[in-house]
Design a protein around this ligand. Sequence first.
Ligand code: MG
Length: 352
Amino acid sequence: MKKIRVNVSAGYDVIIGEGLLSAAGEYIKALGGAGKVLLVSDDTVYGLYADIVRKSIEDAGFGVCTFTFPHGECSKNIDTYSRILEKALSDNIARNDIFVALGGGVTGDITGFAAATFKRGVRFVQLPTTLLAAVDASVGGKTAIDLPGGKNQVGAFHQPSLVLCDTLTLNTLPEEQYRSGLAEAVKTAMIADEALFNMIEGADRGQNAEELIAACVDIKRRFVEADERDTGARMMLNFGHTFAHAIEAASGYTVLHGIAVAAGMAIITRSACNRGYCGDDVPARLERVLTKNGLPIDTGYTAEELLPYVYGDKKAQTDHINIVLPRKIGECELRKFGLCEIEELMLDGGIR
Ligand code: MG
């Protein structure tokens, strides 16, 4: 078991290990002050893990109410959000009570946002059940829902009070979801830690899960502590994400986030190499590790198809975009590019 303390807002622990879901109640009890828990989950994860979690929380002496919604990004909307709030209200969840998000990124995002706003803010606990949520989404306090016009357009910074990553949940994770999470782990290694990159290069699926998640969480912790509200240093976490967001949007969000991030990283890294920011070994090693793990290093979309989404990305400033470029494995830098330069960056990276 590994424990990482994140020192932002009130500060919280991220605990990683086997079998933590069945101990969730005791950990939540240790937070103190709550009488009830609202357990939020999608219909898939609910069927797999809600009984274990519910029993653990009840055994610790809490009243438990549950809310489930249909799985998938399409549920991350105002309707589901308002139904969570109404459920909390009708079940008399008080300001000192706790929301618990059991599931992947969608569940964490929407439950976190509901917790941020219910009665002007209640505590919430993250129980990530996907690798993507464990290595990335569950740490950092970004919560949001989507609008018809764009992803994550309504949200709040609201740090969890506790994150419990039970590595046993990775055993039930579909292969594509696992790959999607691994891509974010590769991203984390690319921006900050060559030793982590070496570990991913050498590991098979599911091997070293605890070490892998702990290393990613610890790196993300450093960026979040330096920049809680995402105005500077934290932008480095967007390595590969400018083109990834465009690929996701162009696909109508049928391409999973991490899958798009893999392609986005490979494209921008080839582009960086072609411009002399990094040596040939950087795209070569990145492509090898992505390919080995069944992740793409390219996209079928053309620059013409992707560009409108890059321009529409919420990170785009009026006349330039901040792009993260690799210098070497484990080190990246932020550079501004004019909007008119983006197409050339894409073409340099191998997009048609
Ligand atoms: Mg991401």
